[in-house]
Design a protein around this ligand. Structure first.
Ligand code: GDP
Length: 308
């Protein structure tokens, strides 16, 4: 992903090399090329506008420096602005003062939530945590067993009562299990009882945004008061990414974004817009189907990768 954007940006910046001094026309020409490269990569228009305006302003005002020639200075500015739209600092997971920490996953069907549950569980286990996966996607046939499979691979326990059975609710009152809100609550009880310190709540997704999906996710949120709500975004989806992110922000709210399928060959620019558009940091990146293809998202490393 981002190969074409990367080629176009580095190409635009290469044209400045060897120039002793940059005229306003040089800067305008470079800014135009950068604008085109970003638009072609599907970066959202308001994000492109702000980005290019800042580059122009900073490049024109750049002090002559002993250490960097003008071309290098523009590269530095583009790099810094790219790190900026990607969120600046790395945003770490916030753990609850009193366990269990509750992490809820939200996003469209197919975005990679269930896979992410396994990836997060493995990542947390490697850091000494004992996560419990809670199956609240009771909509999609096979979602519960898929969570059990990823849980097993990650070496993490899964709380997934079979439909038709009952689980002990508060005070031992049995509850039915076709209601994801009740399962989520029972999951918290289970974590407290068995001392799991992190709860990862997988929720149902639809192929498109709909009110029922949002309502259900909001009800689960209200039932478990998550410490983190991670919005899972398939980086391959293109322009729709921004609208989907805005719908989830307004319907459920989230504290962080996880970009998935960064190993794909789509243009990916929409995913680069999500931080700026929603004001919410990108926290993790998934780049493959294997549980190990996963890491904390570092804005500076991603910017470095894009600029080659
Ligand atoms: P959910 O419906 O949101 O729970 O999505 P799933 O976790 O079932 O993922 C949907 C599909 O995407 C599955 O085939 C996953 O193996 C695949 N997938 C998930 N994350 C990634 C990723 O980072 N890269 C690639 N290439 N595939 C992924």
């Amino acid at each position: 992903m981002f190969e074409s954007l990367s080629d176009r940006l580095t190409g635009a910046l290469k044209d400045l090399r060897g120039k002793g001094r940059l005229s306003p026309a040089d800067i305008d020409a470079t800014a135009r090329q950068i604008r085109l490269a970003l638009l072609e990569a599907d970066v959202a228009l308001p994000v492109v506008r702000g980005f290019v305006a800042r580059i122009k302003e900073r490049a024109k005002g750049a002090e002559v420096s002993a250490a960097l020639n003008p071309a290098q200075q523009v590269v530095k500015i583009v790099n810094e602005e790219l790190v900026g739209i990607l969120g600046g600092q790395t945003r770490r997971l916030q753990f609850a003062k009193t366990p269990p920490t509750v992490i809820m996953l939200a996003g469209l069907q197919g975005s990679g939530k269930t896979t992410l549950a396994g990836k997060l569980a493995l990542w947390l286990r490697e850091q000494g945590h004992t996560p419990l996966l809670v199956a609240c996607d009771l909509q999609r046939p096979g979602a519960v067993s898929q969570l059990q499979i990823v849980g097993e691979r990650a070496g993490a326990a899964v709380f997934a009562p079979h439909p038709g059975t009952s689980v002990g609710g508060a005070g031992g009152v049995p509850i039915t299990v076709d209601d994801p809100v009740l399962v989520a609550r029972a999951g918290i009880d289970e974590a407290r009882r068995k001392q799991y310190d992190v709860l990862i709540v997988d929720t149902a997704g639809r192929l498109g945004i709909d009110a029922e999906l949002m309502g259900q996710a909001a009800a689960i949120r209200d039932a478990v008061s998550p410490d983190e709500i991670l919005f899972v975004l398939d980086a391959m989806v293109g322009q729709d990414a921004v609208a989907t992110a805005e719908a989830f922000r307004d319907g459920v709210g989230f504290t962080g974004v996880v970009l998935t399928k960064l190993d794909g060959d789509a243009r990916g620019g929409a995913a680069l817009s999500v931080r700026e558009v929603t004001g919410t940091p990108i926290m993790f990146a998934s780049s493959g189907e294997k549980l190990e293809d996963f890491d904390v998202f570092h804005p500076d490393r991603m910017a470095g990768r894009i600029l080659g």
